[in-house]
Design a protein around this ligand. Structure first.
Ligand SMILES: [Mn+2]
Length: 427
């Protein structure tokens, strides 16, 4: 990771030298919002003036808005590498700190491009790349870098982040609400993994705890998963596996649990932190997510409300899919129109693709055409989406197994035909 660090230092030097307003444009998911907060924290410490914009993608419209600010330095965080030919037209100094696939190699004057893909390094997040810049500026936020990495499932830098301190890793139950929900609620509301006979049934969850001898209510308050002693936790794990998960993949329920020291309630759990950030960004209140990263208590309250709305929107979308006839070819196509919001089509396709052995490609109506989101295992879906989107007159960006694109309205048939041709060739 040495070459990355050198580029990060170059970026840090450029930032230090800037006396004007620094414009940051960050992606709107958990990785992008933690990237934004990491940069913001560093710039605040240096007393630099900055302006922050959160974007779903780079568009002509976004670039015109930027250009109107006459920026002297723009930092693109967790986006940009897929849109070099558009960014080039900004004609200003640019730092791109991203990890998405690179559209074409522009090495223009005034560009510092930091992306692990440049060196063939995989598994690093946008937040980690921005953490390298911030570290070079003397501001370390390894906890936020971890949250972003978890949000994007890019975990290769985790051992290094752990060395910075402030993060505890232990094997445990991958259930949400470890700090924030009564234990029986955690069990009841667990949908991934689904615990047969308990998920979706509050009284069954309470009864289950009583049967295995774990008190749910002590000293006038409901206990959380984090309140359990080590032996109680073991008892719970044994009981779930023995009695409830005979045919289920138990790996699904166990995994690394990350505790962030110095953070309260659900923010102490890095997975929950990432989920809250995603909810803020995708429910259209990205600023709340960034403020939460910068430790605003009010922002956390608002984020909780947004998470409730986000969960509702996702389960409504999954229900819509269940009741719809999907197009089936070399991939499964979800043509959602305006039935699913473009800002959640990505997470919805992600969840749906877990139960599909074919690539899954979702499409939803967007302000500027049709938003496409694709997931696949074992093939480079990004390449396929990139070519198909270009044939349909659109733009794209993403990773090997998760890609997104925007194509013009009414071009979905063109796009699907191209995907089918390319997929059949690659299978
Ligand atoms: Mn990312």
């Amino acid at each position: 990771m040495q070459p990355l660090r050198q580029l990060a230092k170059k970026a840090a030097d450029r930032i230090r030298a800037e006396d004007g307003i620094i414009h940051i444009v960050a992606h709107y998911d958990a990785d992008g919002l933690s990237s934004a907060a990491i940069l913001a924290a560093a710039l605040i410490k240096l007393d630099k003036a900055f302006h922050l914009m959160i974007a779903k993608r780079i568009s002509q419209e976004l670039l015109s808005r930027l250009r109107a600010c006459r920026p002297c330095l723009v930092i693109f965080a967790d986006l940009g590498s897929g849109y070099l030919s558009l960014i080039e037209k900004l004609k200003t100094d640019v730092i791109i700190a991203d990890h998405h696939e690179i559209e074409h190699p522009w090495t223009g004057q005034g560009l510092i491009h930091i992306n692990p893909e440049l060196f063939g390094i995989k598994g690093l997040s946008g937040a980690y790349v921005n953490h390298l810049i911030a570290s070079s500026l003397g501001s370390k936020e390894p906890q936020l870098a971890l949250v972003g990495s978890i949000g994007d499932s890019q975990l290769n830098a985790v051992p290094e982040l752990l060395e910075n301190g402030g993060i505890r890793r232990e094997p445990g139950l991958k259930l949400f609400g470890r700090y924030s929900r009564p234990l029986h609620k955690t069990l009841e509301l667990s949908t991934d993994p689904w615990i047969p006979g308990i998920s979706g049934n509050e009284s069954a969850a309470i009864q289950f705890l009583a049967e295995i001898g774990i008190p749910a209510f002590v000293n006038g308050r409901w206990r959380t998963l984090a309140d359990l002693s080590a032996s109680e936790r073991q008892k719970l794990i044994d009981a779930i596996i023995r009695e409830r998960l005979p045919e289920m993949d138990t790996a699904n329920i166990f995994g690394d649990v990350w505790t962030l020291e110095g953070w309260q309630d659900e923010l102490a759990d890095a997975r929950e932190f990432a989920l809250l950030l995603n909810a803020c960004g995708r429910q259209g209140e990205a600023a709340v997510g960034v403020a939460m990263c910068l430790r605003s208590k009010k922002a956390l309250h608002r984020a909780r409300e947004l998470l409730l709305e986000y969960r509702k929107a996702i389960s409504a979308a999954l229900n819509w899919i269940k009741g719809s006839k999907l197009r089936n070819g070399a991939a499964v196509y979800i043509l959602a129109g305006s039935a699913i919001s473009e800002s959640i089509i990505g997470p919805v396709v992600s969840i749906y693709s877990k139960s599909s052995d074919k690539p899954v490609i979702g499409m939803a109506a967007a302000e500027d055409g049709i938003k496409v989101s694709a997931r696949a295992r074992g093939i480079n879906i990004n390449k396929i989406v990139r070519i198909a989107a270009a044939e349909a007159g659109g733009t794209s960006g993403g990773h090997r197994e998760a890609a997104g694109a925007t194509i013009p309205a009414a071009s979905e048939e063109l796009f699907i035909r191209a995907c089918e041709r390319l997929l059949r060739k690659s299978l």
